[in-house]
Design a protein around this ligand. Structure first.
Ligand code: B12
Ligand code: SF4
Length: 586
């Protein structure tokens, strides 16, 4: 068709940067455990530009995507491919604050080779949305000639590509005040060879953006807004069909709060249809809030649509802490019923728990974790430091007040103390964080979780794998389970700028010992947990297992220990239980 035209190519290399571990090596694996939806979103947009030949009928736009969490970035090879095509650009995709130093290191290398670089993601968007002036790290990128993109790229990508191809790209593209509609927007997609680098072959899409709540530690509401924007059931069906055509039917729906997606029901109805009528073997991972059980039919339909696991923003069980961060929607007296509702549908629950609220002390945290173990039927608990993430109200307030915060963005991964705590020293806070994993994942409690899973009919392999990963990732690999993968890679030459590349004679022996030590620890953990599971499965009592956490609160006349514990801290809001404070609160 275009036979008479002299063909040219423009090559777009999309890289989702990872970040550095404490030794300065890039955190990357043979297989990562979670997909990058930012990468899928930008890839989808670039593919559309390629299909529409936005640089002219004679220009083939070639697009390649890589997630650095599971793929090594070879800077020289990328540059060679772009040069061989006759031109192109590097896109640094979905760069979070903790990934910013790594993104800048990569950007610096590509700029030194004379390639155009465009960077987008939450660090750029969050800083530009919330701070009165450009922070020095963003200025550093501009000084290197990196172009910054703030806001959402749906409907904007063609303009950017044309600007870059014409050598007229602007230093900053700021679309923060103009959020695109999501209905009929181009959807996230990745080629099969990129998806299969994620264990379990999970792909992803966001069924909507925006959250109505106002948590002060959250960046999302300041970048994507508080109004619910959502995809249509037709779009969601198109996403499922496009992925299924390449053999992918597992999805992480990345809405921060799918329960507040105003279109949740038609979307789930369509997924149910695809599953039950058209026999697509859909599996879903969702993120929801603690009030989702109040939405009639939400949990049941999620399960019918293929949901096998949910991430829930529990955050804390102390009402004082929740109020302090404006997380007013979290009603602790409803946590158990909410968790039981998911359990009734055989859905596994992961709950995030934040450590370091202003009133937290080592004693209160230890007490609260013990309460959770006894009172809440949650499967997996994951811990985070309360962190002033750039883009959040907390970060803005601390910046305006001149409160010191750690200048190293690599640490803003929710696994480091980035600012002072009013009651705990940094060292104490760090000990509390490390202890939290040990305190929750005791063998005794792991066994209880397995017994609860067996009696509730939750998939045993899934619970065993999740317990192993969440129990071991932080303690063995020194990374949060959300950043975990299988078979850690550490490249001698890919070290953080400013840290010396070690001599091979020093590096390789160190790495061998390092690898053997962690492998031995993993083998021990896997073996131990498998034995516990075998014991639980063989025990007939497991099939009738019952404990306090499995008792519904709604049972008439039951004493609610969990609520009593915090009775004096529960605000008198609508629907809150009015109870006398516990006589002794230890
Ligand atoms: C899904 C998700 C994950 C997934 C997958 C990561 C991913 N990025 O897809 C997982 C579970 C792995 C994850 C992990 C973490 N996450 Co996360 N994650 C999200 C979540 C909920 C959705 C991401 C998404 O798909 N957004 C939709 C896309 C389309 O938006 P986007 O990334 O901004 O991209 C758009 C624009 O920015 C722009 N754009 C982006 N890049 C580029 C590049 C170019 C060249 C151009 C032109 C445009 C462009 O175009 C895109 C389309 O509009 C966000 C919150 C949110 N609502 O975004 C948090 C979020 C990004 N995560 C966050 C954090 C802190 C983390 C963790 C560090 C901590 C944690 N344990 O949760 C880890 C880090 C580990 C890791 N390796 O990523 C923070 C980052 C805040 C910040 N200032 O850095 C966020 C904002 C949530 C929050 N708590 O505030 N996360
Ligand atoms: S519920 Fe989640 S997404 Fe919504 S404001 Fe709070 S932290 Fe942000």
């Amino acid at each position: 068709m275009h036979g008479n035209l002299a063909k040219r190519a423009f090559r777009v290399e999309l890289i989702k940067p990872s970040h550095y571990d404490r030794d300065g090596y890039v955190i990357q694996w043979m297989r990562s455990t979670l997909p990058s939806n930012s990468l899928a979103s930008v890839y989808g947009l670039m593919r559309e530009c390629a299909d529409n030949r936005v640089l002219g009928p004679d220009v083939d736009i070639e697009v390649e995507a890589c997630d650095e969490c599971n793929t090594i970035v070879d800077v020289a090879a990328v540059a060679k491919r772009i040069r061989a095509a006759g031109g192109g650009m590097v896109g640094l995709i979905g760069v979070q604050s903790n990934q910013y130093p790594r993104a800048l290191d990569l950007g610096r290398k590509f700029r030194a080779l004379g390639l155009p670089v465009v960077m987008g993601g939450f660090h750029v968007s969050g800083c530009i949305a919330m701070l009165p002036t450009l922070p020095s790290d963003l200025q550093e990128a501009l000084d290197l000639g990196i172009h910054l993109f703030a806001g959402e790229a749906e409907g904007r990508m063609a303009d950017i590509l044309r600007d870059v191809a014409d050598g007229k790209a602007k230093p900053i593209y700021n679309y923060l005040s103009d959020m695109p509609e999501m209905a009929a927007a181009v959807y996230p997609i990745l080629p099969r060879e990129v998806v299969t680098r994620v264990a379990g072959h999970y792909s992803s899409f966001d069924a909507g953006r925006g959250c109505p709540f106002q948590c002060s530690f959250c960046t999302i509401i300041n970048v994507q807004g508080r109004k619910s924007r959502y995809r249509t059931p037709d779009d969601v069906e198109a996403i499922v069909r496009a992925n299924a055509a390449q053999g992918i039917t597992r999805f992480f729906i990345t809405d921060d709060n799918f329960a507040r997606n105003r279109n949740w029901e038609p979307i789930l109805d369509r997924l149910i249809e695809l599953r039950e009528r058209d026999k697509f073997n859909i599996r879903l991972l969702l993120q929801v809030d603690t009030l989702c059980h109040r939405i009639p039919g939400f949990i049941e339909k999620s399960a019918r649509a293929g949901c096998t696991a949910v991430f829930i923003g529990l955050e804390n069980i102390n009402p004082e802490s929740l109020m302090g961060t404006k997380k007013r929607q979290n009603k602790i007296w409803e946590y158990r019923d909410m968790l039981l509702a998911w359990r009734a549908q055989k859905v596994m629950t992961y709950a995030g728990y934040i450590l370091g609220f202003p009133t937290d002390t080592p004693e209160s945290i230890a007490r609260d974790i013990e309460i959770i173990k006894k009172e809440l039927p949650v499967d997996i608990l994951e811990f985070f430091y309360l962190t002033p993430l750039p883009g959040s109200e907390d970060h803005k307030n601390l910046t305006m007040r001149g409160v010191p915060m750690d200048p190293d963005m690599n640490k803003y991964d929710l696994e480091h103390a980035c600012t002072a705590h009013p009651l705990m020293s940094k060292e104490t806070w760090m000990t509390v964080y490390a202890d939290a994993w040990t305190r929750y994942y005791t063998d005794a409690h792991v066994e209880t979780i397995m017994r609860r899973a067996v009696v509730s009919g939750i998939n045993r392999t899934k619970i065993l794998d999740s317990l192993t990963i969440f129990s071991g990732a932080s303690r063995i690999e020194g990374v949060h389970p959300l950043q975990f993968g299988f078979l850690r890679r550490k490249l001698r030459t890919q070290r953080r700028s400013g840290m010396p590349v070690r001599n091979p004679l020093v590096f390789y022996p160190w790495r061998v010992v390092d690898f053997l030590e962690s492998s031995a620890q993993w083998l021990r953990l896997v073996w131990r947990y498998r034995r516990i599971m075998a014991r639980v499965v063989a025990d007939p009592a497991s099939r009738t297992h019952f404990d306090e956490a499995l008792r519904p609160h709604t049972a008439a006349g039951e004493t609610d220990h969990f609520v009593e514990m915090f009775a004096d801290k529960i605000p008198h809001t609508h629907g809150a239980p009015a109870r006398a404070p516990a006589a002794v609160a230890s």
